[in-house]
Design a protein around this ligand. Structure first.
Ligand code: FES
Ligand code: FES
Length: 390
């Protein structure tokens, strides 16, 4: 057992919990905040969603101990929140609840949509809500309620919501963006604050993960290697190319991570800017197991760290629709993808190593997804409980 302290609904609270106690149980059992509902307890239904440091979080898959010092808001804590007041009235007006079991989580997600995506249309609202399940009302009233709040706020104040925290659409990021236009005749430049906002606005509902890795070879050699699509695909565990025609490829990639198992079939197109050593792979596909759809851009930029070492920055933007959408913004999945990027870097270095035999170079594609899953979990546990991972 350990004692943790954080702020809940504006009050400092503390209490004892085990390392494994999840935030939902801690809020309900220790502080009697039973407005946080627990449905699946697997991170799927969204009923348990609360705000942690102003971001919606599934409390059933969040360790209470990991929230020490955080600012938590549950459905009982929105008394002075103007956005939530509007949402509650709109849910009432549009009959957006029946039994009310999903409602605390729906409201937390709806508030996030209103604040983060002030220009959201119906398709975006539905996409953003796809990780919150309602088993009795259906979604018509819920979507209509959120739309009405967005419409009223736009009418009252123009394009943005008053009092909104820094929205994702305007948040400054340090990465770069490569798009079709950027790879055309216009010079490719590090994104400015203005075009960042513009591009982010084009990508409502998309998730973004950035990472980098270093390869111990000269930048020209790494750039040449990255043009070899079958070789690059061979560095991604589970990826198989079935067709290559110029810059276009078709193939599939199998992903297994904890409860998530998918096999996406799709097509992609690689565009490269040789003068700046940057490229983007744009793809889309469908998972036949879950019927989920995915679209994504993997942009990369090569920079010489020294005459014999290259840094590869990777900027992944993706959108998931369907049953797998619930995983798209989870912290575990983000850690998993960052780990994939790091392992991809190791595979590239190995494939380029002239001292290895062909068989040894090919071993890189045999990464074990189960080991990867537990590796990511272990890293998380270590972060939560300290460097020793006790
Ligand atoms: S109870 Fe947490 S997502 Fe279902
Ligand atoms: S209102 Fe009953 S589950 Fe949504």
């Amino acid at each position: 057992m350990q004692t943790i302290a954080f702020t809940v609904n504006g009050r400092q609270v503390s209490g004892a919990c085990t390392d494994r106690t999840h935030l939902g149980d801690f809020l309900r059992d220790t502080h009697r905040l039973t407005g946080t509902h627990l449905g699946c307890e697997h991170g799927v239904c969204g009923a348990c969603t609360v705000l942690v440091d102003d971001k919606p979080v599934r409390s059933c898959i969040t360790f209470a101990a990991g929230c020490a010092g955080a600012d938590i808001v549950t459905v009982e804590g929105y008394e002075d929140d103007a956005v939530m007041a509007d949402l509650r009235a709109a849910f009432n007006r549009h009959h957006a609840l029946q039994c009310g079991f999903c409602t605390p989580g729906m409201l937390a997600t709806a508030r996030d949509i209103v604040l983060r995506l002030p220009d959201a249309d119906e398709a975006t609202i539905r996409h953003e809500l796809s990780g919150n399940l309602c088993r009795c009302t259906g979604y018509m009233g819920i979507v209509a309620a959120i739309r009405s709040v967005l419409d009223a706020r736009r009418a009252a104040s123009g394009a943005t919501v008053p009092g909104a925290p820094l929205a994702a659409a305007t948040k400054k990021f340090t990465g770069f963006t490569v798009s079709d236009e950027a790879l055309g005749a216009a010079p490719v430049q590090a994104a400015t604050a203005a075009n960042e906002a513009g591009r982010a606005a084009d990508r409502k509902g998309w998730s973004r993960i950035e990472g980098s890795f270093a390869v111990p070879y000269p930048v020209d050699a790494v750039w040449a290697f990255m043009a070899d699509l079958p070789a690059v695909a061979g560095c991604l565990p589970g990826a198989v190319l079935t067709e290559i025609e110029g810059e276009k490829v078709k193939g599939h990639i199998a992903i297994k991570f904890g409860p998530m198992s998918a096999r996406f079939e799709g097509a992609a197109r690689l565009q490269r800017d040789d003068s700046r050593m940057r490229g983007v792979l744009k793809g889309a596909g469908q998972d036949s197991l879950s019927n989920s759809k995915a679209a994504g851009d993997i942009a990369y930029q090569l920079t010489a760290r020294s005459a014999s070492e290259t840094e590869v920055e990777v900027d992944l933007q993706y959108s998931l629709q369907g049953p797998l959408a619930q995983f798209s913004r989870s912290g575990l999945v983000r850690d998993f993808v960052r780990r994939m990027i790091a392992d991809f870097g190791k595979s590239v270095a190995r494939r380029m190593d002239p001292t290895l035999s062909e068989a040894e170079r090919m071993k890189t594609a045999q990464l074990n997804p189960v080991a990867l899953f537990f590796g990511v979990l272990w890293e998380r546990v270590k972060r939560v409980f300290g460097a020793g991972g006790r």
